[in-house]
Design a protein around this ligand. Structure first.
Ligand code: NAD
Ligand code: UDP
Length: 361
């Protein structure tokens, strides 16, 4: 018999959260999505709102929440450096007070609880690639610390609730993830470059572009979430989830220009303080304990993401409601953008609608 669970997703109206909510509903669960709309929006989950297995609540997790649930995914927290540095004190509160509140809820209800931690707990790493036992190199007083140290403290809380109260925890350290439904003004590198390229605006590389990142397509990541949550008792993590293929930021820029056929040129801007120089996950543990590894190469994921942004930036988004997948996607602006059938183009949007969200920051 199917085991229908009541699942709470905090930050469910954000980029990753919206994919997770969809996946959980598809897997036959009831989803309670909680979000304060700081970087997420109702529009991101608009296509789920009429689903009887989906419920949306505006709530800030820095305040306690009293609901009855079987599982909790704690994703609430802005992920883009631009956004988490916008109100750093709130970022710390979301990570620390928020973790205490959701862990308290897990303790009371006996729910299994998943934490969306981050590769940022490794800071600017002096071990490469980064395995889970590496303790990191984080500047505790820099502009990124509200996020890095906030997430590190959240991990501490998760493991203390586990040791002290027996709470069933799952901690994933997520590396850079991208895909459709990132907000055009999100500020992270993949969405920035694609939007700039589609608009033929300068591509802004921070520093000399030799810093590296490893980019995971969103659907691969969500599969990792589900496997970690479903792993046997005692698998607590932390487990790295990310794509180990490593790219320089300037390689990413060149790839985006080539795939979009853009006339954009590259401009170099100062490197932000404490910007990590290298980042690549060691995913041996995820392979061994979850049988998980990414399947979507960067080029393929970028193509899907470019098609989404090309549609998103086109005029039809302004006044029209959600695009259904059975409708046709507007022809790509550039001849270099592959003309995929709509279901393939919007793969990752799981057979429902595409949202037309607008965030306000
Ligand atoms: P996002 O900014 O799109 O989504 C975060 C969501 O959390 C938004 O909907 C936002 O409104 C909500 N939120 C923020 N503060 C809140 C609060 N106090 N109460 C309730 N809701 C709140 O980011 P994302 O990329 O979807 O990231 C989701 C989670 O995954 C975050 O915790 C992030 O730290 C983590 N993560 C993401 C990545 C990535 O590359 N996407 C990498 C590492 C970690
Ligand atoms: N970056 C860039 N141009 C941009 C945005 C980001 O060169 O317009 C760089 C940024 O300095 C970092 C990398 O791209 O080295 C990834 O940045 P992002 O904000 O996506 O995430 P991070 O991994 O730094 O948290």
């Amino acid at each position: 018999m199917h085991d229908r669970k009541r699942v709470l997703v905090t930050g469910g109206a954000g980029f990753l959260g919206s994919f997770l909510c969809e996946r959980l509903i598809r897997d036959g669960h009831d989803v309670l999505c909680v979000d304060n709309y700081f970087t997420g929006s109702r529009e991101t989950v608009q296509h789920l709102i009429d689903d009887p297995h989906f419920e949306l609540i505006r709530h800030d997790i820095t305040f306690p929440l009293y609901v009855e649930v079987d599982e909790i995914y704690n994703l609430a927290c802005p992920a883009s450096p631009v956004h988490y540095q916008y109100d750093p004190v709130q970022t710390v509160k979301t990570n620390v007070h928020g973790a205490i509140n959701v862990l308290g809820l897990a303790k009371r209800t006996g729910a299994r609880i998943f934490q969306a931690s981050t590769s940022e707990v490794y800071g600017d790493p002096d071990m490469h690639p980064q395995p889970e036992f590496y303790r990191g190199s984080v500047n505790p007083i820099g502009p990124r610390a509200c996020y890095d140290e906030g997430k590190r403290c959240a991990e501490t809380l998760f493991f203390d609730y586990h040791r002290q109260y027996g709470v069933d925890i799952r901690v994933a350290r997520i590396f850079n993830t991208y895909g459709p439904r990132m907000h055009p003004n999100d500020g992270r590198v993949v969405s920035n470059f694609i939007v700039q390229a589609l608009r033929d605006e300068p591509i802004t590389i921070f520093g000399d572009g030799t810093q590296t990142r490893s980019f995971c397509y969103v659907e691969d990541l969500i599969e990792g979430f589900i496997r970690l949550m479903g792993a046997p008792q005692g698998v607590t993590g932390p487990i790295n989830l990310g794509n180990p293929a490593e790219f320089e930021v300037r390689e990413l820029a060149e790839m985006v220009i080539a795939l979009t056929g853009s006339r954009s040129h590259i401009v170099y801007k100062p490197l932000p303080t404490d910007d990590p120089t290298r980042r690549k996950p060691d995913i041996s543990r995820a392979r061994e304990e979850l049988g998980w590894e990414p399947t979507i190469p960067l080029r393929d994921g970028l193509e899907k993401t470019i098609i989404y942004f090309d549609w998103k930036l086109s005029e039809r988004r302004v006044s029209e409601p959600a695009l259904r997948v059975e409708e046709s996607v507007p022809a790509p602006r550039s001849p270099n953008i592959p003309k995929l059938p709509v279901n393939a183009a919007l793969a990752g949007l799981n057979g429902t609608h595409v949202s037309v969200g607008s965030h306000s920051l």
